[in-house]
Design a protein around this ligand. Structure first.
Ligand code: CP
Length: 348
């Protein structure tokens, strides 16, 4: 078996530029990442994709390291891909389902995390319905916390796999000036919030589109950034006009209408939403002929996206899922290496 040497990671180069080493102990959102660090994740993901293309997809990079997944909300893609990623790196994986754990007896998040650490957890991948829960976890956990999605706040690994998939599909792998449109329930979307950070850092011409009730707060965020509020991040556009959003788009991403997070009164009906905002073949004719269609999943086909669009030749939705394994391998690998550096142990 072959491994990617940790020492090589810090010196990977892109167009002759030396990239910085990884130094984050946790990853809770992409807002803490510099562009050099995002490039490092992309390059490390390239390495991981190389491993996944081999007949034997397993390397000993995290041999003996213990990865625990703790999901308080349902998940298929994130949880399975993290567990697959950890196993591909030879880590020992423990999977906690809160439905069958002592959480059902009233155990607190803090107690659960302390218990898992006492049981040997070193890297904790967690999903929680409360925005900010991973920050609390990071305060009490002695290892590394990787956010698999918290409330409406952030889904950093989804944003990174989205970025990777866009780069793979756009000529030259460069998002600068490319029109990227996200359509749907922006208000409740942790995917949209993380993508705002990574896509504006990549230089995309980002558009957020949906009914006004599902865009609340985004106008103010966009206006604040139009004055260069965050160095290195471009501005983004917010609109209820689906035609203006889709016109000449390079990338179109649909988002699920998150009925479980709605108090009611935000949409007249799913039928009306679909009539005005569904990604249909007819609407996508406004986008560039070579535009790709994305969706983080899970999809409600027939609501935010037409079934024929989801499975069309433009769709890269299954590529997103597959790239999720490689991106998560890269992040597990980088975080584990950072921890070794932090405690002064030699890199393995
Ligand atoms: N995209 C995403 O987070 O999917 P899951 O809820 O299935 O993990």
């Amino acid at each position: 078996m072959t491994t990617v040497a940790p020492a090589a990671i810090g010196t990977l180069t892109a167009t002759g530029t030396k990239l910085g080493a990884w130094h984050h102990r946790h990853l809770i959102d992409v807002d803490v990442l510099s562009w050099a660090e995002i490039e490092l994740i992309m390059r490390t993901t390239d390495e991981m994709k190389g491993i996944l293309a081999r007949p034997i997809r397993k390397v000993p990079a995290l041999n003996g390291r213990r990865v625990t997944t703790l999901f308080y909300e349902a998940s298929t893609r994130t949880r399975v891909s993290f567990e697959t990623a950890a196993r591909n790196l030879s880590a020992d994986v423990v999977s906690i389902s809160t439905a069958t754990s002592s959480v059902t007896k009233g155990e607190s998040l803090v107690d659960t995390i302390r218990t898992l650490e006492a049981l040997g957890a070193e890297i904790l991948v967690m999903r929680h319905g409360v925005s900010g829960a991973p920050y609390l976890a990071a305060e009490v956990f002695g290892g590394h916390v990787l956010n698999g999605g918290d409330g409406w706040h952030a889904h950093p690994t989804q944003a990174l796999l989205d970025l990777y998939t866009m780069r793979e599909n756009l000529p030259g792998g460069d998002l600068r000036g490319r029109k990227v449109v996200i359509v749907g329930d922006i208000l409740h979307s942790r995917v949209a919030r993380s993508n705002i950070w990574s896509l504006t850092a990549a230089g995309a011409d980002l558009w957020l589109c949906g009914p006004a009730t599902l865009l609340r707060g985004m106008d103010r965020w966009a206006a604040a950034w139009s004055g260069g509020a965050v160095p290195g991040h471009g501005r983004f556009n917010v609109t209820t006009d689906i035609e203006a959003a889709l016109r000449d788009a390079d990338v179109v991403m649909g988002l699920r209408i998150q009925r479980e997070r709605m108090q009611g009164g935000l949409l007249p009906s799913m039928r009306e939403y679909a009539a005005r905002f569904q990604l249909t073949a007819a609407r996508l004719r406004l986008a560039k002929p070579e535009a790709i269609v994305m969706h983080p999943g899970p999809m409600n086909e027939g609501v935010e996206i037409a079934p024929d669009v989801a499975t069309s030749g433009r769709s890269v939705i299954t590529e997103q899922v597959a790239n999720g394994v490689a991106v998560r391998m890269a992040l597990l690998y980088l975080l584990a290496g950072a921890h070794e550096a932090a405690v002064g142990e030699p890199a393995r």
